[in-house]
Design a protein around this ligand. Structure first.
Ligand code: RIB
Length: 320
């Protein structure tokens, strides 16, 4: 009998080339950076690693290039305890790469060239049905072609989370209507709704627009302002308060830490309220911004101080 997974990610694997700079460069400017690192990234893999570190049984479906980066990445994923049976090394493609600048205040800018990730297609869904069947939570992003993601969402019967990142104009309607949970940050919400999203109340307006566009549960993450969400059968919007940190070092991958943690808490705590899962995921993301790197900053559950059972986590929220 095949293993049943808590969290299956259908998505991207990218290698990160990270430059640490005093501030983000202006257009046309050359800046001296202070440090350079490479790391394993890609929103899909990051989210899978975040869930695995917290204790979920995880698998990822993805594509890597037939190069040293791709081969090493597959080994690294396996060493996290992640099932990589459906992570293919693709001949004639390079592994996806991201050029990342991280400023001293923790801000970042990222350019991705996704390479082999473009080969994650609808036909791959049939091949990984053994993973999808019986899995509790499916997580998808927008660094791989939409057709494959739509097919995965159509075939999945558990809780699906669509993290519409990076932001996309003219997003296919199925990516809004098929997932159980549609989750974006402020800039992604702004791009999809064509609205300004800077304050909590503007985010609420964007959330209501996303609902009117056909989304089920919508979560908008707001960085240091926490997150807002509305469920399908509620007319009210909840504002889940942030987990405060003393010093932000690097925000790269914090959104992925949130998504992976959210998937983990939903999968492992079916009786927990969504508010509690979001609040616990906020705490995991807050942990990650206090360390450098992407996956290197993701905690194990024991490091977070969170209880195993998310419903025992004390959270703060209000209707807005
Ligand atoms: O969300 C952070 C990630 O975005 C990085 O790891 C980079 O690979 C890009 O996909």
């Amino acid at each position: 009998m095949s293993q049943k997974f808590d969290v299956v990610v259908f998505g991207s694997c990218i290698v990160d080339f990270i430059s640490y700079v005093p501030r983000l460069p202006k257009v046309g400017e050359t800046l001296h950076g202070s440090r350079f690192e490479t790391g394993f990234g890609g929103k899909g893999a990051n989210q899978c690693v975040a869930a695995a570190r917290l204790g979920s049984r995880t698998a990822i479906v993805g594509k890597l290039g037939n190069d040293t980066w791709g081969k090493n990445y597959r080994v690294a994923l396996r060493s996290e305890g992640i099932n990589v049976d459906h992570v293919d090394i693709v001949d004639g493609e390079s592994t996806g790469i991201a050029q990342i600048n991280v400023a001293a205040n923790g801000d970042n800018q990222i350019v991705i060239v996704v390479g082999a990730n473009n080969r994650l297609l609808a036909a791959d869904v049939q091949k990984c049905k053994d993973l999808l069947d019986g899995a509790k939570v499916l997580v998808c992003q927008l660094e791989t072609p939409s057709e494959g993601t739509i097919e995965a969402l159509k075939h999945f019967s558990g809780v699906s989370i669509m993290n519409a990142a990076p932001g996309m104009e003219n997003i296919p309607i199925e990516l809004l209507t098929l997932p159980t949970i549609f989750c974006v940050n402020e800039s992604e919400a702004a791009l999809i709704t064509n609205m300004q999203v800077e304050t909590v109340m503007q985010a609420k307006d964007a959330l209501l627009k996303l609902r009117s566009m056909g989304c089920g549960i919508v979560i908008i993450t707001l960085g240091e302002k926490g997150a807002i969400f509305q469920t399908k059968d509620s007319s009210r919007v909840n504002h889940v308060k942030p987990y405060k940190v003393d010093k932000v070092v690097d925000t790269t991958g914090a959104g992925d830490a949130f998504i992976g943690a959210l998937a983990h808490f939903i999968a492992r705590n079916p009786s927990a309220e969504l508010t509690e899962c979001i609040s616990a995921a906020n705490q995991v993301a807050a942990f990650s911004v206090q360390k450098t790197g992407t996956q290197t900053s993701f905690p194990r559950l024991s490091e977070t101080g969170l209880p195993e059972d998310a419903s025992l986590h004390q959270c703060f929220w209000e209707y807005i």
